[in-house]
Design a protein. Structure first.
Length: 240
């Protein structure tokens, strides 16, 4: 049906974007799918899913997505976290339109006073830090991860996000492994990695880094639960 009909039907039922269900409108000719509510909460993903499956045009209108920028909800999802102060989302997403907003972890105990344009995220799920030699395959990455998870009594279902160095952003083995897992990969900057203090030395020092796998975990997790361990050409560290 037309978007106008959907809007009129929804108006009396909308409360706020965090609790409203995601809704998309599909025209009767099956040519176009339009996210109406909950763009960053499932509607955009549904639009792309229908586009891939049925060939519909995904009319995604949220500003960050239209400009190919990250947004708070996307970052939160990648980190396997939830936004505590949801009222910050407008200011933070406006900032994402203009700049790469940094993600910083503060370790307690601390009392933190934040401005209204600072989003506070509460993490959940394991952070998997990955280091790898050039040209590793997805099978090597997955095998190494499975061995590390087995040693800690965990499974793939416990994984929240993968993290590695920005240098690995073109490493197909890591990218393909993340797709198999259905998890996002965060590529951390040199500054972020080098601001951490890993428990063991790393060959990455040859590249001017304190390390990759452990610093990636320390930058995002509350604590390191499995120090880095090499499995063939892949190094894994785990945190939560």
């Amino acid at each position: 049906m037309a978007v106008g009909i959907v809007v009129r039907g929804l108006c009396g039922h909308l409360v706020d974007k965090w609790t409203d269900l995601p809704v998309v409108a599909v025209d009767s000719a099956l040519k176009c799918v339009v996210p109406v509510t909950g763009g960053h909460h499932g509607a955009n993903n549904l639009a792309f899913h229908l586009s891939n499956g049925l060939g519909l045009y995904p009319a995604v209108t949220t500003a960050t997505d239209a400009l190919g920028r990250l947004n708070l909800e996307c970052v939160s999802e990648k980190l396997g976290a939830q936004v505590v102060n949801r009222e910050s989302s407008k200011d933070v997403n406006l900032a994402f339109l203009k700049q790469d907003v940094p993600v910083v972890r503060l370790r307690g105990p601390k009392v933190v006073l934040v401005d209204s344009d600072v989003a506070v995220l509460k993490g959940r799920g394991l952070v998997v830090g990955l280091g790898a030699r050039r040209g590793v395959s997805a099978c090597e990455v997955l095998e190494a991860l499975d061995l590390a998870l087995k040693e800690t009594g965990r499974s793939r279902d416990d994984v929240g996000v993968l993290a590695t160095a920005w240098l690995k952003s073109d490493e197909k083995g890591i990218t393909d492994a993340s797709k198999v897992l259905g998890k996002e990969v965060l590529y951390l900057s040199e500054e972020t990695l080098n601001s951490q203090t890993p428990t063991t030395p790393s060959r990455a020092s040859d590249l001017g880094l304190t390390g990759v796998a452990e610093p990636a975990v320390l930058a995002l997790a509350t604590r390191l639960i499995f120090p880095k361990k090499a499995y063939g050409r892949v190094t894994v560290a785990l945190g939560e």
